[in-house]
Design a protein around this ligand. Structure first.
Ligand code: ADP
Ligand code: MG
Length: 687
């Protein structure tokens, strides 16, 4: 039986079973689905002679020498000199002195990492694998050797041996879960061969076939569980049906411009959704500056005209304040009452707002996460909107669902979620996309430059200001609580205000300012009482001042691509030609330079997001855990992005005629789904 406890496998036993448990392996099935972390294939191993600085390589060699160095302040560096037939490479590990005893001269090993040049070639904290004779021999003879993630007391080699005997004893018990038509139509390798090849591939090609099949299966289960969850939520939850009349006139009476076609289309999609009792769960995507706020406003007006309340939550106080300041005049023009609620709201005022929300006196509440505090109660919340949703976790998104009746929810984002991933990550959401910018937008010219050109940049800013424009100067204070970084921004402000631009009005904005001061600075900037706003990254999301046309970013190399894109999105919002100037520090890594080049050459937020993904690599960019999704074992949302769509389609097709997977031909899928997602029980058990 595949559910057999791992301890009964040959070479395991109760003691070692505990170590396997630590790796998340309890049964034989778990073991068979435990993929290697990497493979060693002679064809992937480089000779030291052939490697270059910056390469990411794997090398096979032996320990020539080692030494532990203690620096001042008691740091340690372990230096390991590794040689192959063609040269030497220095490997360094920092502050892991215990590693010293792990290596002996003559030991054979594999190291992989990025090559640095530091008096000759070196690697810092490379990944390594010590090889015994047998392994070295395997690699030597051209076998592909798997390395499974190991743990103290249980080496990759030991896992490999147990895996071998598990495959011999149990592989024939695995039944193909996928129906034959699916295997055929998607050209998939069968399950037994896939598992065999996953662990002990004959060739890299067969490995990739095996992985593709297993990844597809896993993504299919993921999509199935997401659909099932969504379906069950929608069956249980009921929202107020919102049907407002006349709201279109109301909206056009207050807007100083005509809606774009894309805005009209998504507003239509939303009206449709909220006109039903089934709760809306919709994601609104649109690049920075595409005009999402107006779409939110259109929905809010409908919600209120339809007899309910609406809320709009933003990730920062600054943005919540901006929404309040810009939407309130419009709303009150329509006799709609609104309030702003953040953690800075004064107690007395707060209790008035609470009162207004619970008795219905306040129709629209804007704010930060303060909106989803326990003590906030709405009389009849019909619509909950979350702006810049990527800044919130999935948890906050869910929180609204439990505040009173289930409101219709709309989440908005400008982000950096590549299209291919959005589907899976937001599998429980319907997606609307604004794919058109308001008319008359000028493109933004982006240039990165170095310190030597600073005074030229200042001259340019001055010229633009003479023409009546405004500028942002952003300083990279990422952690607002970091005092030293904040000081640098404040110092910068002083230097610009008192010296460089002493004839201009230079304002300062950061997250530590008291709320009133922040609001008045923003207001002054909006009303052009301030020419240059020196700011930390608090203005990164959402801020909208159309007359500002210059975004000057200090130490641009410290920012990630999506952040740079968001910052750049603060300009190019009016009819003036806009500029984004990126000042780079003196030491640029190759990746930083690539980011800056990318900003210079690309303007489409979605393309930039894809590039970001490519540069940063999957692990760092997107972890499923972080977004509250089930962990994936084999599939990788980045590498296997191309499989997500097909898996989703297939999941839809399967469930269309068989919502509880009770049909005989879906038995295998049901079993597999339950093995991957035990919680599937709730949705598919009919008994
Ligand atoms: P984002 O999608 O980044 O949240 P905003 O909603 O802040 O964008 O809109 C950016 C700017 O474009 C705002 O100044 C807004 O008033 C303006 N805007 C929105 N829609 C239109 C439109 N259809 N025509 C002209 N300007 C528009
Ligand atoms: Mg916005």
């Amino acid at each position: 039986m595949l559910e057999t406890n791992i301890q009964y496998l040959k070479g395991v036993g109760p003691k070692r079973a505990l170590l396997f448990n630590k790796l998340g392996i309890a049964s034989v099935r778990d073991l068979l689905y435990y993929p290697p972390r990497r493979y060693l294939d002679r064809s992937l191993i480089k000779n030291i002679r052939d490697i270059r600085t910056g390469d990411n390589v794997t090398l096979f060699g032996q320990v020539a020498d080692k030494g532990l160095v203690r620096t001042r302040r008691n740091f340690t560096i372990l230096n390991l000199l590794v040689s192959d037939d063609t040269g030497y490479l220095l490997c360094k590990w920092f502050n892991q002195p215990y590693l010293k005893d792990r290596f002996q001269p003559g030991d054979r090993l594999v190291v992989s990492g990025q090559v640095l040049s530091d008096h000759g070639l070196s690697m810092s904290n490379p990944e390594y694998e010590l090889l015994d004779n047998e392994e070295a021999e395997l690699i030597h003879t051209g076998r592909i050797v798997p390395f499974h993630p190991a743990t103290a007391g249980l080496s990759a080699k030991q896992i490999r041996q147990v895996m071998k005997s598990a495959l011999e004893g149990y592989l024939h018990m695995i039944e193909e879960p996928l129906p034959p038509e699916l295997i055929d139509s998607k050209d998939l390798m069968d399950i037994r061969q896939s598992l065999a090849q996953l662990h002990f591939p004959d060739t890299m090609e067969s490995l990739s076939q095996a992985r593709r099949r297993l990844a597809f299966e896993e993504l299919l289960y993921l999509e199935l569980i997401l659909f099932l969850q969504k379906n069950s939520l929608q069956r249980r939850e009921v929202s107020t049906i919102i049907k407002a009349s006349d709201w279109r006139n109301d909206l056009s009476s207050i807007l100083p411009f005509a809606l774009t076609g894309a805005q009209q289309r998504v507003i239509g999609e939303i009206s449709n959704d909220i006109g039903r009792a089934r709760p809306m769960h919709r994601l609104l995507q649109g690049d920075v500056g595409s005009g999402k706020t107006i779409v939110a406003l259109a929905a809010i007006i409908q919600a209120v005209k339809g007899g309910t309340q609406a809320s709009l939550m933003a990730p920062t106080e600054l943005l919540a304040e901006q929404h309040y300041n810009s939407l309130r005049p419009w709303l009150s023009g329509l006799n709609i009452t609104s309030a702003l609620l953040t953690s800075k709201t004064k107690n007395k005022h707060r209790s008035e707002i609470y009162q207004g929300l619970s008795d219905g006196g306040v129709s629209v509440c804007m704010g930060t996460q303060a909106l989803i505090q326990e003590s906030v109660e709405f009389a009849n919340l019909g619509l909950a909107i979350i702006d810049e949703q990527h800044r919130f976790g999935v948890k906050q998104r869910a929180a609204f669902r439990f505040k009173g009746r289930y409101p219709h929810t709309l989440v908005m984002t400008a982000t950096p979620i590549p299209r291919t991933l959005a589907m899976t990550v937001y599998g429980d959401l319907d997606v609307s996309t604004i794919d058109q910018m308001p008319q008359g937008r000028q493109s933004i010219t982006t240039k990165w430059t170095a310190e030597a050109n600073r005074s030229k940049v200042y001259d340019f800013i001055e010229q633009q200001m003479e023409q009546g424009r405004q500028a942002y100067v952003v300083y990279p204070v990422i952690e607002e609580s970091d005092k030293t970084e904040l000081k640098a921004a404040i110092k910068m402000h002083r230097a610009l205000a008192q010296d460089v631009f002493k004839d201009r009005r230079v304002g300062l904005m950061h997250g530590q300012l008291p709320a009133e001061e922040r609001q008045s600075v923003m207001e002054d900037f909006r009303n052009h009482q301030i020419d240059i706003l020196v700011s930390t990254t608090v203005i990164e999301v959402g801020i909208d001042v159309p007359n500002a046309n210059i975004m000057f970013i200090e130490h641009a190399e410290r920012f990630g691509l999506s952040q740079l894109h968001q910052l750049r999105g603060r300009v190019g919002r009016g009819s003036h030609k806009s500029y984004c100037i990126l000042m780079a520090g003196p030491k640029l890594t190759p990746e930083a330079r690539q980011r800056l080049d990318t900003m210079q050459s690309m303007s489409d937020g979605f393309k930039i997001a894809e590039k970001d993904l490519e540069l940063r690599g999957p692990g760092e960019f997107w972890s499923t855990r972080q977004h509250g999704l089930p962990q994936l074992k084999i599939a990788d949302l980045t590498r296997d992005a191309g499989l997500i769509g097909p898996a989703r389609e297939e999941a839809k097709r399967i469930l269309a005629g068989d919502l509880d997977l009770s049909q005989k031909k879906h038995l295998g899928i049901k079993t597999g789904l339950h093995a991957f997602h035990p919680e599937a029980d709730k949705f598919t058990s009919t008994g």
